[in-house]
Each structure stands twice: as structure tokens, then as C-alpha cells.
Design a binder for this molecule. Structure first.
Ligand code: SF4
Length: 210
């Protein structure tokens, strides 16, 4: 990568983009709402069940101008954008968010929390992973905690993580897709016993939309 591009990347003036699309949020609190989706390339968290492994290596996604991305987002009928990945916080998102805010576009972040905080957000969904745990600075920003349940030990992890987020943070358990049928009885049982938690389903997968 050229030195000039490295500098722009550090400033957030360019970003490695995997894909952009207009769809409906399928998970968590904002399920069912139309939004623009921006998937940023690069992730070092290494979840073995990750369904976006193609996004892990940012070298496959040469950085493009953030201004171009903002212009496309601005044309979207829904004035909200979900920044996802990969792990978006690998990058400085201050510039992206400030340009979106100037255009009154709501910014939603999906993050593992494993990298430094940047950007200005209307909503942060923190989805912590045991393979690379969130930085302590991220927990106070979480509006929504979404813990993926792939096995029975993950319930303890969910409870530990819930102790770190603000009291008004919404708590969600989401079955890992490849085992969702076998994990669902344990998840429903947990939620019936712990009713301040809710289920998040990957409804976009049921609807067969991106
Ligand atoms: Fe995949 Fe997200 Fe885990 Fe990264 S944090 S490996 S993108 S599921």
C-alpha cells in the first residue's frame, strides 16, 4: 500500500469496503428496519463459525474514498446506515461519521469491541467474542449487547459480559446459525428464567435477504 493511502486510511478518508447494499436489519433491537449496510474489510477476531470470513483479509479490498461511500449512503431512502464487517473499529471512523452526521444520517455500529473506539454513533451493538475480548473502553458505549450462543458454555460468558455494560443496555442472545435448531431449547429456557434477556434471530436468513 502506498504511503499516501496509509495516511488517508489512518485519517479515515479511505476505507476498505467489502460491500454496500440497501436492506432490512435482521438482528437485534433494530430488526425489521430498512437501512443502508456498509461492510468494512478486515477482522482479526477469528470466530470459527464466522459467516463473513471473506471479509477477514483487508488486502482483498483496496481502500476507496470515504466521500464516495458517504455520497452513496446519502442517496438511500432510509436515512440510516449500519456499519458492519469484518471489524469496523480496526479503522478510524471519525471522518465517516462526521460526514454522515452533517447529512442527518443515523449511524449504527456492529462491533466486537476489540479495537479502539472511534466515530459518533446513534446506536452501538456490542457483540463480544471470547477469542478476542472487547476493550474495557467499549463497554460503556453499548446500547445493545448481543451474545452469540454456539454452545452451552456461552451462557456463562453472556452473564459475565452483561455485568460490564450499562444498566440500560439491552441484552440479546442470538443462536449461532449453524446450530440454531439444537441451541434454541436452551436459549428459550434461559430467557424464560432470565426475562431481562431477549432472543435475537438472524431474521434476514429466514427471509433470504442480504
Ligand atoms: Fe467474523 Fe464478526 Fe467474528 Fe470477525 S468478529 S470473525 S467478522 S463474526
Amino acid at each position: 500500500m502506498k504511503q499516501e493511502t496509509k495516511i488517508k486510511l489512518a485519517e479515515g478518508k479511505v476505507l476498505p469496503v467489502v460491500e454496500e447494499f440497501y436492506s432490512i436489519q435482521g438482528e437485534g433491537f433494530h430488526t425489521g428496519k430498512a437501512a443502508y449496510f456498509l461492510r468494512v474489510g478486515g477482522c482479526d477476531v477469528g470466530c470459527k463459525w464466522c459467516d463473513e470470513k471473506r471479509s477477514w483479509n483487508p488486502d482483498f479490498f483496496p481502500p476507496i474514498d470515504t466521500d464516495e461511500v458517504v455520497a452513496r449512503i446519502s442517496q438511500c431512502p432510509a436515512k440510516s446506515v449500519v456499519i458492519t464487517g469484518g471489524e469496523p473499529l480496526l479503522y478510524n471512523l471519525d471522518y465517516l461519521c462526521s460526514e454522515l452526521k452533517k447529512r442527518n444520517i443515523e449511524t449504527y455500529l456492529e462491533t466486537s469491541g476489540a479495537h479502539p473506539y472511534s466515530g459518533q454513533w446513534n446506536w452501538i451493538c456490542l457483540s463480544p467474542k471470547q477469542s478476542l475480548t472487547p476493550r474495557e473502553e467499549l463497554y460503556p458505549h453499548a446500547d445493545e449487547l448481543k451474545v452469540i450462543i454456539a454452545n452451552h458454555k456461552d451462557f456463562d460468558w453472556a452473564l459475565q459480559q452483561a455485568e460490564k455494560v450499562p444498566a440500560n443496555c439491552l441484552l440479546y442472545l442470538q443462536p449461532e446459525w449453524s446450530v440454531h435448531q439444537e441451541m434454541m431449547p436452551a436459549i428459550t429456557d434461559f430467557i424464560l428464567k432470565n426475562p431481562h434477556w431477549k432472543i435475537s434471530l438472524q431474521s434476514h436468513k429466514y427471509m433470504k435477504i442480504p
